[in-house]
Design a protein. Structure first.
Length: 82
């Protein structure tokens, strides 16, 4: 059985940075899903923040793949400067 193709960071760069339609899609995804945390509203704000964080992680994954393809160091949760 053939192993399915695993996209590489270069694939993400080609689609979401080099291709104008892909770049427009990434920009739209960022506008829709990379929203700030909710800071007022009690437990509902906390739940909304968790929901937004989950949505934002998809966009962050795509951007991280593009950055990796461009040779940028990977972000490290323990080292924000990376």
């Amino acid at each position: 059985m053939t192993k399915p193709y695993e996209p590489t960071p270069a694939d993400y760069r080609q689609i979401f940075e080099d291709h104008k339609v892909g770049a427009a899609i990434l920009e739209q995804l960022t506008r829709i899903f990379a929203r700030a945390a909710v800071v007022q509203g009690g437990i509902d704000a906390v739940l909304q923040t968790y929901h937004r964080d989950g949505s934002r992680r998809v966009v962050e994954f795509i951007v991280a793949q593009i950055n990796r393809a461009n040779g940028l160091p990977e972000a490290d949760d323990n080292n924000p400067a990376a």
